[in-house]
Write a protein that binds this ligand. Structure first.
Ligand code: ZN
Length: 70
């Protein structure tokens, strides 16, 4: 099919907002492997961590499940 040429690769990551092939699904959202790693490696006291938390809040997921992944 000719439309295959414009078929987007991967899915849009909710944090970096770029299309990535590798990542995980959090409820109905997609988080790429790079961002997942960034979040895990970010110190909870770091400002960047709060930024990630804000992004993750957009996911309609029970909070305790999100924390369990951290
Ligand atoms: Zn990402």
């Amino acid at each position: 099919m000719e439309t295959a040429a414009i078929h987007k690769i991967g899915e849009k990551c909710l944090v970096c907002e770029m299309n990535k092939e590798n990542g995980i699904h959090l409820w109905n959202q997609f988080l790429c492997t790079e961002c997942e790693r960034e979040i895990i490696n970010t110190d909870p006291e770091d400002e960047q961590y709060q930024y990630y938390l804000e992004k993750l809040k957009s996911i309609s997921l029970p909070t305790k499940n999100v924390k369990a992944k951290m």
